[in-house]
Design a binder for this molecule. Structure first.
Ligand SMILES: NC(=O)c1ccc[n+]([C@@H]2O[C@H](COP(=O)([O-])OP(=O)(O)OC[C@H]3O[C@@H](n4cnc5c(N)ncnc54)[C@H](OP(=O)(O)O)[C@@H]3O)[C@@H](O)[C@H]2O)c1
Length: 305
């Protein structure tokens, strides 16, 4: 007797902001799980690192152009939004990217009958002390108000780590450049770094259940650390010996005021404000998604070299 297997029609997922750190991990995983991935980017060459992913479609487009986004979302099962900035390059970036864009995405998802919308926000989104967190919170409100039939899932991660991250990789570089001493700003601020691979697993678990309800998930790793502990761990892992004095809040504010006005904007006053609230959750990602979460110690040595 012959067995006929019903051919699976690959579901298309459109990803915005896919050329960044999280996107470079998420897109190959989506393809590996059988999704057809459509990447929308400002510049085609930014997606160069993703072009080897099987079945990927890269569309160059302006995410502010509603008609263009409508074309991009056509026929999609899901849309994933990863677009964000930590610092404003141009005045109004937070409003445009964190608030107006989510409102537009929600509207078009409804028009195009997209089943699922996944959005990465930030832990403590909505806290008004920081413009970044405030704008992330206002973006969440736009999304919740904008969707009706599209199932919305919002992820609020603490700091994310993994190859190509913006945290350990940057500290490793700065530590190497530092001349013997590296003062740590907001040294006692607490963070619970979460592995990017665990986040992509959680996102795909949500995507794989077309009828599961949406929701909001705070995503933290299995352990919390002070910022000073994380910098010290980076130094140990990379074999860099530096004196790492911790700065109190007053000195950190002063450093933010200076660095925030220098090119590169390594640390801004808004970052300082975000770090006034501990970046930790009551439950870690493994408890929410039944996975065994990766620890910082188990992963960073593999890529900080
Ligand atoms: N990394 C973390 O530790 C962390 C922690 C908490 C939350 N998150 C959130 O997770 C999401 C992904 O983070 P990520 O680290 O992957 O971000 P990322 O590396 O900075 O990438 C973000 C993407 O946003 C797009 N983008 C940036 N500026 C833009 C602009 N002015 N106009 C239009 N598009 C712009 C870019 O895509 P194109 O150039 O292709 O258009 C870029 O690839 C973000 O929402 C972020 O807030 C990240």
């Amino acid at each position: 007797m012959e067995i006929y297997i019903q051919p699976m029609i690959a579901r298309t997922v459109c990803v915005l902001g896919a050329t960044g750190f999280v996107g470079h991990h998420l897109v190959p995983e989506l393809a590996r799980h059988g999704y057809q991935v459509r990447v929308v980017t400002r510049r085609y060459e930014r997606a160069r690192g993703l072009l080897t992913v099987p079945g990927i479609e890269v569309i160059e487009g302006d995410i502010n152009d509603e008609a263009r986004l409508r074309e991009c979302f056509a026929g999609c099962y899901a849309v994933i939004n990863l677009v964000a900035v930590l610092h404003e390059r141009r005045m109004g970036d937070f409003q445009r990217l964190h608030v107006d864009l989510p409102a537009r995405i929600a509207r078009i998802c409804e028009q195009q009958q997209v089943s699922r919308l996944l959005h990465i926000s930030a832990l403590h989104a909505g806290r008004t002390a920081s413009h970044y967190l405030d704008s992330k919170g206002r973006g969440e409100v736009q999304l919740r108000q904008g969707v009706q039939h599209t199932r919305l899932t919002i992820f609020r991660p603490s700091v994310i780590f993994g190859p190509g991250d913006h945290f350990f990789t940057r500290f490793a570089t700065l530590l190497r450049l530092a001349p013997g001493i590296f003062p740590v700003v907001c040294a006692q601020a607490r963070l619970a770094p979460v592995y990017v691979g665990d986040i992509t697993t959680a996102m795909i678990a949500v995507l794989d259940q077309p009828t599961a309800p949406g929701g909001t998930y705070e995503l933290c790793g299995p352990r919390s650390y002070t910022l000073q502990e994380l910098v010290a761990l980076t130094a140990r892992t990379t074999g860099v010996r530096r004196y790492l004095p911790g700065l109190g809040m007053g000195s950190s504010r002063l450093v933010a005021a200076i660095l925030g006005h220098l090119p590169g904007r390594l640390f801004t006053y808004d970052n300082y404000r975000s770090l006034q609230i501990d970046n930790v959750c009551s439950r870690h990602i493994g408890e929410l998604f039944q996975i065994s979460p990766h620890s910082v110690e188990g992963v960073i040595a593999g890529y900080l070299d």
